[in-house]
Design a protein around this ligand. Structure first.
Ligand SMILES: [Zn+2]
Length: 154
């Protein structure tokens, strides 16, 4: 193997030049933006990675107890409670839920794919139906989340 190669899992996979992992300038850290316009229903990206039974920080759940890691793009997608994209884990596709302009951040709803999150977190996505504290779809807010939600109660 050449000394200067990429990690074996990504070798041979072409990075998608129309997508960019970027700093979101927010508390959420890295995100992904599109450099090309997208139409509602369009498949934006086909993802590949390494399957693991482990829940990791940037992994995504493929099926119960199975996660995909070392993805080029999708592990860095930001969460929104009203996202502009969704993941089709069966087809390994990232799909636009609405028209998206160049430069826009791509978002998914983490609870759509994850039974349990690596880390629950407060959400400030600004959506009218923002859940304010994000968990996996099968878990309840943890103690920090319950305390946070209590501060929001009128
Ligand atoms: Zn939200």
């Amino acid at each position: 193997m050449p000394a200067n190669t990429e990690s074996p899992s990504t070798a041979g996979v072409q990075p998608d030049a129309s997508l960019e992992v970027c700093d979101t300038d927010s508390e959420y850290g890295l995100g992904v933006r599109t450099l090309a316009p997208r139409r509602k229903g369009q498949v934006i990206h086909h993802f590949t990675g390494v399957l693991t039974p482990e829940l990791l920080q940037h992994s995504l759940q493929v099926s119960p107890g199975m996660h995909i890691t070392q993805t080029e793009i999708i592990g860095f997608l930001s969460h929104s409670c009203e996202p502009d994209c969704r993941l089709d884990m069966a087809r390994s596709e990232l799909v636009a839920l609405r028209d998206i302009r160049p430069g826009d951040l791509l978002t998914i709803d983490y609870a759509e794919t994850e039974d349990v999150l690596y880390r629950q977190f407060a959400c400030h996505c600004g959506a009218a139906r923002c859940r304010h504290w994000i968990t996996g779809r099968t878990e309840q807010p943890n103690a920090e989340g319950r305390a946070y939600l209590a501060t929001l109660a009128p």
